[in-house]
Write a protein that binds this ligand. Structure first.
Ligand code: ADP
Length: 627
C-alpha cells in the first residue's frame, strides 16, 4: 500500500499541479534590465547585422509611406469642394495638382505598390535572419541542456524544460519577425502623424490629445486588469485539467484504491473555483464594454463636433478636416497597437532571458565534436579507488548519502553491491560515471582523479545499464547500436544473443527492424532490460555498471543470463548492483552497503561464514522465496 501511494504521489509531484503555466513564456520588465536581456542575444544577430539594418531602414520608409497615403486619402475629401476657406496643412511632397482626382488616384496607387514591394522585401529579410538565428539558438539551447551536469535535472521536470524552451524560442521568433518591426513602424506613425495633425489645426490636435489618449490609456489599464482576470481563469482551468490528466494517468491506482469519489470531489472543487473566477471575469468584461462606449466614443464625438464647428466657421477646409480624421484614426490605432507590442516585447525579453540563461549555464566538459571513437581493445578494465569519499545531493545537503567510502576495484574484478534500497548503491555508481562529483574525499579512475579525466573519453570506456531503461523511439537495432554506432550486424546480433534478447526479437515479424516506443510495439520491462544489456555488451566497455540490470527478468531468464554475464564480466571491471542475492554469488567480492557506508566486504563464502549482515540478508531472502 505504501509503495503504491508513494509512486502515485511521485507521479503527481512530477507533474506539478501548482504550476499549470510552466510552459508559458516568461515576461521581463520593460526597463533597462529588459533591454540588457535584449543585448544578450546580439551575438546571434551579429552575423546578419547588414540585412537587419536594411530591414529596419525599410520599415522606417514604409512607416513614412503609410503617413503619405493617409494624407493622400485626406486629399480626396477636398476634391470638388471650394478650397478657398481654411489655410495650413502640410503641402504634399509630390508634384501633383492637389485638386485633380485622377492624379491623386495614380499617386496613391504608386505609393501603395512601392510600399507593398518594400514590405515583401522586409518580411523576407527578417525571415531570412530569424530562421538562421533560431537554428543557432535551438542548437545551443539543446547542446546546453544535454551537457548540463546531472544535478541540473534533479529539480526539473525534464519534459517541461524542453517545451518551455521551445515556447521561448517561438516568442523570440515573434519578437524579431513582428514585434520589433511593429514597434518601429508604430513609433514613426505616431510621431509623424502627430506632427502632421498639428499642421492641419493645432487647436483641434490639442483637443484630440487632451481627450482621446486619456480615454485610451484608461481603457488600456482596464484591459490589462481584464487580461489578468482572464489569466486567472486560464490558470484555474489548467489546474482542473491537471486533475483530469493525473487521474487518467494513474487510473490503475485510482481504481485499485477505490478513489473515484475522492478524485471526483477534488475535481468538483476545482471546477467550482473555475466557475467563480470566470463569472467575475464576465462581469468585469461587461463593465469594460460600457466604459469603452462612454469614454472612447464620447471622446471621438467631442473631436468630431469641434472639427465640424471649425469647418462651419471656415477655420478648417473639408480636405483638412478629412485628412485630420483619417490621420487621427491612424495614430490612435498605432497607440492602441503599441500597448500590445509592449506586452509582446516583454514576453520577448523574458524569453531571451530564459534561453540565454540556459545557454550560458556552466556545462559538463563533454566533447561535442567527436561523434564516436572506438575504444582500445587490449585493456583489461579500469581500476577504481574511493578514498574516504562522502557525498550528499546538492538539493539535500543535510543527508549524507555516501559516508566515508573506502573501496578499491582492481582491473578485471567483479564487485557486487548489495544492501537495502536507499543505501546509496546507485549513488555510488553515479560517482564513477562522473554524473556526480564527491562532496569530500577522492575518487580515482586508473590512478587519476575523476575530475581530471577527459569526461567524454572516460565515459566512452564505460557502459551503464540503469534501473529504469528508457528506449529511444527507433528500431530495436538502433537501440542496441546506441552502444557502439559503428558495430557490424553480426556484432549486434551477438550482443542480443548474449543478452538473451534474440528469441523475442526474432519472434517479431520485423525482427531487429521492429519499432519500439510510441509508434511501435510496447516492450515489457524484461525485454527492455535485455535490450539495454545488449547495448552494453555491444559497447564492450572496460567498466560495466549494472544497476539492477536483471531485476525485471523472471528467475529462469535471470539464471540463463547469469551464465552469459559471467563470461562477459571476465574481461573487464564490473560493478553489479543487485537486489536478488542469488545473482551476485559468483562475484569476486561483495560489498554490503547500509546508510551510505560499506559495512561488510568479501566473497560469498567468507561473508556467509562471518555470519554478519550479508548472511542475514541471504537468509531473509531465502525465507521470502520459500515460505
Ligand atoms: P540505492 O541505489 O541503494 O537504492 P540510491 O543511491 O538510489 O540508493 O539513493 C540513496 C539515497 O539518496 C536515498 O535516500 C535517495 O532518496 C537519495 N537520492 C537519490 N537520488 C537523489 C537525488 N537525485 N536527489 C536527492 N536525493 C536523492
Amino acid at each position: 500500500m505504501t509503495t503504491q501511494r508513494k509512486s502515485l504521489d511521485l507521479a503527481r509531484s512530477n507533474r506539478t499541479p501548482t504550476d499549470p503555466n510552466a510552459n508559458a513564456p516568461a515576461k521581463a520588465k520593460l526597463n533597462r534590465d529588459g533591454f540588457r536581456q535584449f543585448s544578450r542575444i546580439a551575438p546571434y544577430l551579429r552575423p546578419h547585422r547588414l540585412k537587419f539594418a536594411i530591414g529596419i531602414a525599410l520599415i522606417t520608409v514604409s512607416g513614412i509611406l503609410t503617413l503619405l497615403v493617409t494624407r493622400l486619402w485626406g486629399q480626396l475629401g477636398g476634391v470638388g469642394v471650394d478650397a478657398s476657406s481654411g489655410q495650413g496643412g502640410f503641402e504634399l511632397p509630390l508634384p501633383i495638382d492637389a485638386g485633380d482626382l485622377k492624379q491623386i488616384g495614380i499617386a496613391i496607387f504608386m505609393v501603395l505598390v512601392l510600399q507593398s514591394a518594400l514590405s515583401f522585401i522586409r518580411i523576407w529579410l527578417f525571415g531570412e535572419i530569424t530562421t538562421r538565428m533560431l537554428k543557432a539558438l535551438r542548437e545551443d539551447a539543446f547542446a546546453s541542456m544535454i551537457t548540463q551536469p546531472m544535478a541540473f535535472f534533479d529539480n526539473r521536470r525534464v519534459g517541461d524544460l524542453g517545451s518551455r524552451i521551445a515556447a521561448d524560442i517561438e516568442a523570440i521568433r515573434d519578437t524579431f519577425t513582428v514585434v520589433l518591426a511593429e514597434l518601429i513602424r508604430q513609433t514613426i506613425i505616431i510621431g509623424g502623424g502627430l506632427l502632421a495633425l498639428m499642421t492641419f489645426s493645432w487647436k483641434l490636435t490639442l483637443l484630440m490629445l487632451g481627450t482621446l489618449p486619456v480615454a485610451m490609456l484608461a481603457a488600456m489599464g482596464f484591459g490589462r486588469f481584464i487580461r489578468k482576470l482572464s489569466k486567472k481563469t486560464q490558470d484555474a482551468i489548467a489546474g482542473s485539467n491537471t486533475i483530469v490528466s493525473e487521474t487518467l494517468t494513474g487510473i490503475v491506482s485510482v481504481k485499485a484504491f477505490a478513489r473515484e469519489a475522492f478524485e471526483l470531489n477534488r475535481y468538483r472543487q476545482r471546477i467550482e473555483e473555475v466557475r467563480g473566477i470566470a463569472l467575475r471575469t464576465a462581469l468585469w468584461r461587461g463593465a469594460f464594454a460600457s466604459f469603452i462606449i462612454v469614454m472612447i466614443f464620447g471622446a471621438i464625438t467631442l473631436v468630431l463636433f469641434q472639427g465640424a464647428t471649425m469647418l462651419k466657421n471656415g477655420e478648417l477646409s473639408s480636405e483638412q478636416f478629412f485628412s485630420f480624421l483619417l490621420m487621427t484614426g491612424l495614430v490612435a490605432g498605432s497607440i492602441g497597437g503599441l500597448a500590445n507590442i509592449f506586452g509582446d516585447l516583454q514576453r520577448g525579453f523574458g524569453a531571451i532571458e530564459e534561453v540565454m540563461d540556459l545557454i550560458v549555464k556552466e556545462r559538463e566538459a563533454v566533447d561535442l565534436t567527436r561523434l564516436d571513437t572506438p575504444r582500445s581493445t587490449d585493456s583489461q578494465g579500469l581500476t577504481i579507488r574511493f578514498d574516504n569519499v562522502s557525498f550528499h545531493y546538492p538539493n539535500r545537503p543535510e543527508t549524507m548519502v555516501l559516508d566515508g567510502i573506502n573501496l578499491e576495484l582492481t582491473a578485471g574484478e567483479t564487485l557486487a553491491l548489495v544492501g537495502g534500497s536507499g543505501a546509496g548503491k546507485s549513488t555510488l555508481a553515479s560517482l564513477i560515471t562522473a554524473f556526480r562529483a564527491p562532496t569530500n574525499g577522492l575518487l580515482e579512475v586508473d590512478g587519476m582523479a575523476v575530475a581530471n579525466h577527459d569526461l567524454t573519453a572516460l565515459r566512452r570506456r564505460m557502459a551503464l545499464v540503469p534501473q529504469e531503461v528508457i528506449l529511444f523511439g527507433g528500431t530495436i537495432e538502433e537501440n542496441i547500436r546506441y552502444g557502439r554506432p559503428g558495430a557490424s550486424e553480426a556484432d549486434v546480433r551477438k550482443a542480443a544473443e548474449d543478452a538473451l534478447a534474440l528469441p523475442f526479437i526474432d519472434g517479431f515479424p520485423e525482427g531487429f527492424s521492429t519499432l519500439v516506443g510510441e509508434r511501435g510495439i510496447q516492450l515489457s520491462g524484461g525485454q527492455r532490460q535485455r535490450i539495454a544489456l545488449a547495448r552494453a555488451f555491444l559497447r564492450d566497455p572496460e567498466l560495466l555498471l549494472l544497476d539492477e540490470a536483471t531485476s525485471a527478468l523472471d528467475a529462469a531468464s535471470e539464471k540463463a543470463i547469469q551464465n552469459a554475464l559471467e563470461r562477459l564480466l571476465q574481461k573487464r571491471t564490473s560493478l553489479v548492483i543487485a537486489h536478488r542475492l542469488s545473482t551476485v554469488r559468483s562475484a569476486d567480492r561483495i560489498a554490503v552497503m547500509e546508510g551510505g557506508r560499506i559495512v561488510e566486504i568479501g566473497d560469498h563464502g567468507t561473508l556467509m561464514a562471518a555470519g554478519g549482515r550479508y548472511r542475514e540478508l541471504v537468509e531473509h531472502q531465502l525465507e521470502d522465496t520459500n515460505p
